[in-house]
Design a protein around this ligand. Structure first.
Ligand SMILES: [Zn+2]
Length: 270
């Protein structure tokens, strides 16, 4: 398979990673692959070699669990042939391709370089493997609801991914958005948010101005921080939007959703 990806660096480590002395993963056809499964390594740092050693020596598996590992600097390590039915999502292994981002996202965030590389990798794979239509978090596979993996919000990941896709193919469309009104302590704000995949996204700056909070823009990581809290924000036309629940938590506000008129109610603080 051609793994030259524009804008990304791919290192083929398939032949050099530790492997089991005798056991080998079963093989499938590329057309058996239906989804990309996203994982985090659940370790603050790590390498494909270290994961492979652990999966082989400790778990007794044929080789590393993942097909691709993405380091924090965005370098993509190609670890298994896509045809390998490696062990990473139990009963769904036959139809899933494993992509692991190095990091423990219970306490860390994926780096922008990692997310960009993941987007490029998935887009590239979807061209090579047209049957791979879905991108799911480990936790979204049957039987894994209990597992906090990949520990980053998949809805946001997919939204950003579909935006990336649209950019990549040259038609920058705004994703379908339902406007959401914002009621802060009984007053309707002039600014609006939007509803996407069931999550209300609110304009960070407008809510901060009204609620009186501190917004920081971290240039290096292109991150928005509110009252010192990292948010899973999205930047649209230069304005940052964050999930209502996260934003409310950063401002110590109560949040409630009124579905009858698409309004987020924020209460307290100020
Ligand atoms: Zn996982």
């Amino acid at each position: 398979m051609n793994m030259t990806i524009p804008g990304a660096r791919v290192i083929d480590v398939r032949a050099s990673l530790p492997r089991h002395k005798t056991l080998r993963y079963g093989l499938r056809k590329l057309t058996d692959i239906r989804s990309a499964a996203m994982h985090h390594s659940a370790t603050k740092s790590g390498s494909p070699e270290a994961f492979a050693r652990y999966h082989v020596n400790t778990n007794g598996w044929p080789g590393i669990a993942y097909h691709f590992v993405i380091q924090k600097d965005g370098v993509i390590y190609w670890c298994n042939d896509p045809e390998a039915i490696s062990y990473h999502v139990g009963n769904s292994n036959r139809h899933a391709l494993g992509i692991c981002l190095v990091g423990d996202f219970r306490t860390q965030k994926p780096t922008p370089e990692q997310l960009d590389a993941a987007n490029r990798l998935i887009q590239h794979l979807q061209v090579q493997i047209p049957t791979m239509k879905q991108v799911l978090g480990h936790q979204e596979y049957p039987g894994y609801a209990w597992k906090n993996c990949p520990a980053f919000p998949m809805g946001t990941f997919r939204t950003n991914y579909s935006q990336f896709l649209q950019k990549a193919v040259g038609k920058v469309d705004k994703p379908k958005q339902i406007p959401v009104a914002i009621n802060l302590n009984g007053t309707l704000l002039a600014a609006t948010g939007f509803l996407q995949e069931g999550v209300s996204m609110l304009p960070v700056r407008a809510v901060a101005n009204a609620a009186g909070g501190k917004v920081e823009w971290i240039e290096q990581t292109k991150d928005v921080r509110v009252n010192g809290m990292d948010l899973n924000e999205r930047v649209i036309d230069g304005s940052a939007y964050a999930p209502a629940r996260e934003l409310a938590a950063a401002f110590c506000l109560q949040v409630e959703w009124d579905g009858s008129n698409n309004t987020v109610g924020l209460r307290g603080g100020v």
